[in-house]
Write a protein that binds this ligand. Sequence first.
Ligand SMILES: [Zn+2]
Length: 262
Amino acid sequence: MPEGPEIRRVADALNRALAGRSLTGVWFAFERLQAYRPRLLGAAVTRVEPRGKALLTHFSAGLTLYSHNQLYGRWLIAGAGENPSSSRTPRVRLETEAATAVLYSASDIEIWPSAEVESHPFLQRIGPDVLDDGLAPESVVERLLQPAFARRKLGALLLDQSFLAGLGNYLRAEILWAACLGPDQRPADLPGEVLAALGRAIVEVPRLSYATRGGSGQTHHEAAFRFNVFKREGAACPRCRTPIRKIADASRPLYLCPACQA
Ligand SMILES: [Zn+2]
């Protein structure tokens, strides 16, 4: 599943393609969404906003398209009047005079009044977006020490979208490595300087990934973002040269350095 940095790149690409332009074509695969078509035709896409692993596409008509790609959903963009090349099943098609954007394979698609979308159950459940510019390491440390999170194991906590939205399996591995922490450690047991290092890693690693990983938002060019441990089982830890190990943690593969994350 794509993580926060990849979702943000998709939002960037959709904003470049659609934002500020009137919709000349609107199509939904789901019957329950067809009634919104007349209101959306001619309306403008005002902004596409990433929220954790979901996307909110806001329209000038006072409506917002909520979509969560889960494992299989994917947005692709083509020129105006064209269709992206894909064998997937189209679910949403938005067209302007400049571009066509098609959401494939996703099923978690809803339209809400923009004024009420914050009460969507998913948005109610998730924590702050890890790529939010206003998120500071100090506030992450405060959150780590809240009663709901302080005694949780880091390996599971970093995957919990109610802690911070947008973290996933590769970011968890890279954050734990950056902070020299193992997955079984708990925030409440960590000394202040270690917590501070963890807070910095949680803020900085996703930003670095967003800034350097991937290109168009459609594909993953994993080489562009240098993984230190993720999918590097058996390779040397960049810090101490110990071979990286792959374990299972919270039902997901986790890559770590057994020496500097002991
Ligand atoms: Zn190491």
